[in-house]
Design a protein around this ligand. Structure first.
Ligand SMILES: *[C@@H]1O[C@H](CO)[C@@H](O)[C@H](O)[C@H]1NC(C)=O
Ligand SMILES: *[C@@H]1O[C@H](CO)[C@@H](O)[C@H](O)[C@H]1NC(C)=O
Ligand SMILES: *[C@@H]1O[C@H](CO)[C@@H](O)[C@H](O)[C@H]1NC(C)=O
Ligand SMILES: *[C@@H]1O[C@H](CO)[C@@H](O)[C@H](O)[C@H]1NC(C)=O
Ligand SMILES: *[C@@H]1O[C@H](CO)[C@@H](O)[C@H](O)[C@H]1NC(C)=O
Ligand SMILES: *[C@@H]1O[C@H](CO)[C@@H](O)[C@H](O)[C@H]1NC(C)=O
Ligand SMILES: *[C@@H]1O[C@H](CO)[C@@H](O)[C@H](O)[C@H]1NC(C)=O
Ligand SMILES: *[C@@H]1O[C@H](CO)[C@@H](O)[C@H](O)[C@H]1NC(C)=O
Ligand SMILES: *[C@@H]1O[C@H](CO)[C@@H](O)[C@H](O)[C@H]1NC(C)=O
Length: 446
C-alpha cells in the first residue's frame, strides 16, 4: 500500500559501483512520506543530502544455494555516508548481517530479500538478545537511514518452515523478521513483510523514526500455529510514528514493551490480531518498566481478541492460569498518558481490556499482591463498532489490581454494540465509574 500523495521521482544515474559499470539504471527516489495527521512531539531530524553519483546496485548471485548477504553488506559499506543502495532484484540471505554501522544512507529495497530455510544454521548463528529471547538474522542500526520499498519491495521470512519446525520441536528458536538496534533518525516505508517466523518488527534502542505504508501478511498454511507474529514491538525506544499500514497476522498488532515513550500509532488496519497492546509489563522482578505518552489514533481493528489492551503482571510472581511454565510478575514502573482515540471495532471479542492481574490465579491473589506497575492517565475515546458476540453481552474488561495501583482511567464516547442487541456490559474492578462513559449498562463487577 502506498500513501496517496506520496511523491515518487525516478532517478537515472551512472553506476559507480557494482559490475555493470557505466550502465544507466533507474530506481525510485526516496518517497515523500510524512507523519500525518498527528506529528511526533519532536520532528524527525532532516537528512543530509544523498550524492547522486554514489549509488550501489547489488547484483544477485545465480548459483543454487548462493548467499547474497556478503554482497549486500559490501554495498552498504561502500555507499554508506551519503549514498544509496539499490536492491531491485531477488536476493537470498543465508548468513547473519550486522547492519548497525549505517549512517546517512538510503536503501531502495524495491525487489525481494528472502532468508534461507537452513534452520539449524540460523539457530547457531543468528543475533540474540536478552529481551524475551528475541533473535534475528540481521540487525539494523545507525543514524539517518531511509529504507523504502516504494510499494513493491518484499522482505520474506519463509515462516512456514519455522512454524512447522516449532510445531515438531517447541525448542526451535524462531527469528524476528526485522530488528532495529539503535536506529536513530529516518524512515522505513513502502515494504511488504511476508511470512515472518516470529515478531515482524522489533524496534529496540531506537528513536526519531517514521514507519509508514507497510503491508504485513503472515499466516500458516499447515496445521502448525503461526504464533507470536506481532506486527511491531517497541522497546527502549522514543519518538516513533507507526502509521498507514495493513496487518494480517496473529498476536499483537503493535505492542509497547518496556521503555517505549512518545509513540504515535495512526491509520492502521489490523486483522486477526490481539490488538494494540501495552505490555506485558512488570514481568520481571527488580525491573522498572516505563511506557508513556502514547497516542493511538484512527485505527481499524477487525477479528481481534481485544482491540485496545493493557496487560500488567501482579506484584508477586504469578502463574498464568493453566500454564505452569508461564510465570511472571513482581516488576515495577508505570504506564502514563496513553490515549486511544477513534477506534473502529469490527468483529472483536472485546473492545477494551485492561488487565492489571495478568497471570494472577484469582482476584484476591491479585489484590493481595497488587501490581507495582501503576496505570495513570489512560483515556479511551470515540470507539465504536460491533463486537463478535464471543463474550456477549460483555464488550470489555477494565480490571485494576487495587485502589492505589490505578489513577485517572477514563472513557468518553464509547458506543459499542453487541450482535445480540443486548446493551454492552463492562467488567470492572477498582474503577472510578463516574469517569467511564462506556455506553450500555456501564460497569458490572468482574
Ligand atoms: C529441538 O530443538 C533444540 C534447539 O534447536 C535442539 O537442541 C534439540 O535437539 C531438538 N530436539 C529434537 C528432538 O530434535
Ligand atoms: C539495546 O541496548 C541494551 C543496552 O545497551 C543492550 O543490552 C541490548 O542488547 C540492545 N538491543 C536490544 C535488541 O535489546
Ligand atoms: C527503563 O527505564 C528505567 C528508568 O530510566 C530504568 O531503570 C530501566 O532499567 C529501563 N529498562 C530497560 C529495559 O532498559
Ligand atoms: C483514518 O485512517 C484512514 C486510513 O486507514 C484514512 O483513510 C482516514 O482519512 C483517516 N481519518 C482521519 C480522520 O484521520
Ligand atoms: C482477515 O483475516 C481472515 C482470517 O482470519 C481472512 O479470512 C480475511 O480475508 C482477512 N481480511 C482481509 C481484509 O484480508
Ligand atoms: C501525552 O502524550 C501525547 C502523545 O505523545 C503528547 O502529545 C502529550 O503532550 C502528552 N501529555 C502530557 C500531559 O504529557
Ligand atoms: C474478519 O474475518 C472474516 C473471516 O473470518 C473475513 O471474512 C473478514 O473479511 C474479516 N474482516 C476484515 C475487516 O478483515
Ligand atoms: C485464590 O487462589 C489462592 C491460591 O491458590 C487460594 O489460596 C485462594 O483460596 C483462592 N481464592 C479464591 C477466592 O478462590
Ligand atoms: C463520538 O464518536 C463518534 C464516532 O463513533 C463521532 O462521530 C462523534 O463525533 C463523537 N462524539 C463526540 C462528542 O466526540
Amino acid at each position: 500500500m502506498v500513501a496517496k500523495g506520496a511523491l515518487y521521482f525516478l532517478l537515472s544515474v551512472l553506476i559507480t559501483c557494482g559490475p555493470d559499470l557505466a550502465l544507466a539504471r533507474h530506481f525510485p527516489g526516496r518517497p515523500s512520506i510524512h507523519p500525518a495527521p498527528y506529528q511526533p512531539y519532536k520532528a524527525i531530524p532532516l537528512s543530509s543530502t544523498r550524492q547522486k553519483n554514489k549509488v550501489c546496485f547489488v547484483k544477485p548471485g545465480h548459483s543454487k544455494g548462493h548467499d547474497d548477504g556478503p554482497a549486500i553488506r559490501a554495498a552498504l559499506h561502500k555507499c554508506n555516508n551519503g549514498g544509496t543502495v539499490v536492491l531491485d532484484k531477488e536476493y537470498t540471505v543465508c548468513s547473519p548481517l550486522d547492519l548497525r554501522f549505517l549512517k546517512h544512507i538510503d536503501i531502495a529495497l524495491t525487489g525481494k530479500v528472502e532468508f534461507c530455510t537452513n534452520l539449524d544454521f540460523w539457530q547457531q548463528n543468528f543475533f540474540t538478545f536478552q529481551f524475551q529471547d528475541a533473535a534475528s538474522w540481521w540487525v539494523w542500526g545507525g543514524e539517518d537511514i531511509h529504507l523504502y520499498g516504494a510499494g513493491t519491495g518484499v522482505i520474506h521470512g519463509n515462516g512456514q518452515a519455522w512454524y512447522d519446525a516449532a510445531a515438531a520441536n517447541e525448542s526451535t528458536r524462531r527469528p524476528c523478521l526485522f530488528i532495529t538496534d539503535g536506529w536513530h533518525g529516518g524512515s522505513i516505508t513502502g515494504l511488504k513483510l511476508r511470512h515472518s517466523p516470529n515478531w515482524h518488527n522489533f524496534i529496540a534502542n531506537s528513536s526519531d523514526l517514521l514507519i509508514s505504508d507497510i503491508d504485513i501478511f503472515s499466516r500458516s498454511f499447515s496445521s502448525a500455529w503461526a504464533a507470536n507474529l506481532d506486527g511491531w514491538d517497541t522497546f527502549r525506544s522514543d519518538n516513533v510514528v507507526i502509521q498507514n499500514s495493513v496487518i494480517n497476522h496473529d498476536d499483537d498488532c503493535v505492542s509497547f514493551k518496556p521503555n517505549s515513550t512518545n509513540i504515535i500509532v495512526q491509520g492502521l488496519h489490523c486483522n486477526g490480531s490481539h490488538g494494540i497492546s501495552v505490555g506485558s509489563l512488570g514481568n520481571y522482578p527488580d525491573q522498572y518498566d516505563i511506557v508513556s505518552d502514547l497516542f493511538i489514533y484512527n485505527n481499524t481493528m477487525a477479528n481481534t481478541t481485544t482491540a485496545a489492551r493493557l496487560k500488567v503482571w501482579p506484584g508477586a510472581e504469578a502463574i498464568k492460569k493453566g500454564n505452569p511454565q508461564w510465570v511472571g510478575g513482581g516488576g515495577q514502573g508505570y504506564v502514563r498518558n496513553v490515549t486511544y482515540d477513534t477506534m473502529i471495532n469490527d468483529n472483536n471479542n472485546l473492545a477494551i481490556q485492561i488487565d492489571q492481574c495478568y497471570g494472577a490465579i484469582n482476584a484476591s491473589e491479585c489484590e493481595d499482591h497488587p501490581s507495582g506497575v501503576i496505570l495513570e492517565d489512560i483515556l479511551f475515546k470515540n470507539m465504536w463498532g460491533t463486537a463478535n458476540g464471543a463474550d456477549d453481552p460483555v464488550a470489555g474488561q477494565l480490571i485494576c489490581a487495587a485502589e492505589e495501583s490505578c489513577d485517572n482511567i477514563r472513557a468518553e464516547n464509547v458506543t459499542l454494540t453487541n450482535p445480540s442487541g443486548e446493551p454492552p456490559q463492562w467488567q470492572c474492578r477498582f474503577m472510578d465509574v463516574d469517569q467511564l462513559d462506556l455506553g450500555g449498562v456501564g460497569c458490572i463487577p468482574a
